[in-house]
Ligand binder design. Structure first.
Ligand code: ARG
Length: 437
């Protein structure tokens, strides 16, 4: 994989996880899997192809075509999914594997980094079970996401392929990086805090040093952070430019958490590659995103969890109050941005709500304006492009990595069928098969 932003980064450095992926493929060299699909979804054209077969060898798709023309070779592991619809593995551009919905607010202070990391391994498995074969982890303490990524790639624990951000970078008292729960005398300062362009550059360099694939920065306050205002900008334009310049010079894309309109515009002016949340994006922000080719990653399901189960899950009352002002506006702006033609990728912010429920967002994306096909493309073609792995994943094609899932019925008719994934193959390895009954 070459993480690069379109026509901007002529960088060669392949990130660790890709090297691990490539290195791990020969381990599966003996596996020849023949998948017989009742229906196969061509996510580029939006066509369902009947009675197709996918032949997988060495973790990649060796051939794909009508089953009559492609019989199973002797010795292949045959998976008869003729009662199912097969499509590419799903991708989520915004998760927090090292973070649990059961530990909101002050409860999270009691969890050690080793405990959080072990829970992260469980969350990774849950995410893969749900059909998400690649995720972007946008921020984790202590580079736990980098460790998790590498452990998954080495086959130590099961999980999706992970692009890891390491420490989220933010201002003192900001949303991303600081700990705003403890009083002054405790001296708590988040590891990702940076004030001023040079400190911000240093944090980017530190993240690169410790293995980050992507840089996460916060250019506004947030819902879940104590004492921050969702609409208020964080970091100056000068600081954001420093982050983006440094990240791009290292071949890393930048994902900016941003709810408020000014912080969104600042981040886009600075040249970030994606805006996360984008709740209060205005017309100028929409125009800038279009011009830059920046991608919006709008987590429009989360609000239901926060407002529905958040109070019992320990979410701070002030966060609930902020969410009541944010979620419905974000959904309206999702529709506006979509109509304006801004590129959009699927991102759920799972971790704020329970892992494994990522796919619940598809139905909301359709409710707020996408066709089912567009919603599926957002989680396959568009995420692959945002991750810089579109030449390897995102569609089912000869030579591509064999990441595929199966569901019952037609997702173009009812996209919520993606909430019930029955078969998951990642890089040619059958991770889960609930079809054999
Ligand atoms: N992590 C985000 C924040 O704290 C979650 C926002 C969830 N709400 C929403 N409407 N998307 O700001």
């Amino acid at each position: 994989m070459r993480i690069r932003s379109p026509a901007r980064l002529p960088l060669a450095g392949a990130p660790w996880w890709l090297l691990c992926l490539v290195l791990s493929l020969p381990l599966q060299a003996a596996e020849v899997v023949y998948v017989r699909a009742g229906q196969l979804l061509d996510v580029e054209r939006g066509r369902l192809l009947s009675d197709h077969a996918v032949l997988v060898r060495d973790g990649r798709i060796a051939s794909i075509g009508p089953a009559v023309t492609l019989p199973p070779p002797p010795g292949a592991d045959i998976r008869d999914l003729s009662g199912y619809t097969v499509l590419p593995g799903l991708m989520d551009a915004h998760v927090h594997l090292v973070g649990d919905a059961s530990l909101h607010g002050y409860a999270g202070l009691g969890e050690s980094l080793p405990a959080a990391t072990l829970h992260g391994a469980r969350n990774a498995r849950t995410t893969l079970d749900a059909g998400f074969t690649t995720v972007r982890n946008l921020g984790a303490p202590g580079y736990a996401d980098v460790a998790l990524r590498d452990a998954i790639a080495a086959g130590v624990v099961p999980g999706p392929r992970v692009l890891a951000a390491g420490l989220g970078i933010g201002i003192t008292g900001g949303h991303c990086a600081d700990n705003n729960l403890l009083p002054y005398e405790d001296g708590a300062r988040g590891d990702g805090v940076a004030d001023g362009p040079w400190e911000a550059r240093r944090k980017v360099r530190q993240n690169v040093k410790f293995g980050a694939d992507v840089i996460k920065v916060c250019s506004t306050g947030g819902v879940m952070s104590r004492g921050t205002e969702v609409g208020a900008p964080q970091f100056t334009l000068e600081e954001l430019r420093a982050v983006v310049d440094e990240a791009h010079s290292h071949g890393r894309k930048v994902a900016s958490h941003a709810h408020g309109a000014t912080g969104i515009r600042n981040a886009l002016d600075a040249g970030v590659d994606s805006i996360e949340h984008a709740s209060f994006i205005d017309d100028a922000g929409i125009a800038l995103a279009r011009r830059n080719g920046a991608v919006l990653v709008m987590d429009i399901y989360t609000t239901e969890y926060i407002l529905g189960e958040g109070a019992t899950a320990g979410i701070l009352p002030e966060s609930l109050e902020k969410e009541r002002r944010t979620g419905h506006v974000q959904r309206e702006n999702f529709t506006r941005a979509l109509r304006a033609g801004v590129p959009m990728a699927f991102g759920s912010d799972a971790g704020v709500y329970p892992h494994g429920r990522n796919a619940r967002q598809f139905a909301r994306m359709v409710e707020f304006g996408m066709t089912p096909l567009q919603a599926i493309q957002a989680a396959t073609l568009h995420t692959a492009r945002l991750f810089g792995i579109e030449h390897d994943t995102g569609v089912l094609r000869e030579g591509f990595v064999a990441d595929l899932i199966a569901i019952q019925g037609d997702p173009l008719d009812d996209v919520s069928r993606l909430e019930d994934v029955r078969f998951v193959m990642k890089a040619g390895h059958v991770h889960r098969d609930e079809t054999v009954r």
